[in-house]
Design a protein around this ligand. Sequence first.
Ligand code: GLN
Length: 277
Amino acid sequence: MTIVESIKTAIRQLAASGDNASLEAEILLAHALGTTRTHLRTWPQRKIAADIIPRFNDFIQRRATGEPIAYITGTREFWSLELQVTPDVLIPRAETELLVECALARLPTGRTARVADLGTGSGALALAIASERPQCHVVATEVSAAALAVAQANARRLRIANIEFRLGAWYAPLGDARFDLIVSNPPYIAQHDPHLQQGDLRFEPRDALTAGADEFGALKILIGEASAHLLPGAWLLVEHGYDQGAAVAELLRAQCARDIFAVKDLSGRARVCGGRY
Ligand code: GLN
């Protein structure tokens, strides 16, 4: 079978499960061959080695049953860093890059600062911030040992050395250290939200998506305990659900946070919010 024939067959198998069948077929064939999509497009008539076909078919079958592309290829790009992801971590989302932008805007280049990323998962936020601000010291905490191992492996592979990883929930592993800026993308989906039964979310770690009975459970801990871990005037920045902006701003106000701001995603919904303590 040639490259173009294999892609066409795969598109037919994937067509039922989404609108991105042709892109996904190309990504999975490139992954099976250990090459790039550009290579596939340059050599559409090349024959595929027989031993690659079962591998490619396996990827297509998995995708057809809903497994996220990122777990099949084991990678996802975030802030132009190629991150390794496993089913132990949330797949980094494009909207979380907003949180990176907000953090960088508050971390002047060339100055040292202490930054914490709580619930680091794959390490996405910590790695993006640490790579952009090499003079900053980042502490990343994570309650899941398996997730923390993924984040640490990402830091090693990307040679990002200014991150210290600590196992534990939220602020627990920080002791009495204080920071110039704290970021977090916590679980904030309501426990019974039907989205948890749809798409990629079905395959992601439940604890990374939902905080349990109270959808604000993790956000309340982050916002409520921040003052003990921030230097005077330092920032807490969090991501939240598309309909949670007003409630999260209220939680910040209740802690007497100042300069509270909200940032909207591309679809116009507030997704990141923060304030100074
Ligand atoms: N901080 C990681 C991310 O933004 C993980 C977040 C999580 O697991 N809730 O992708």
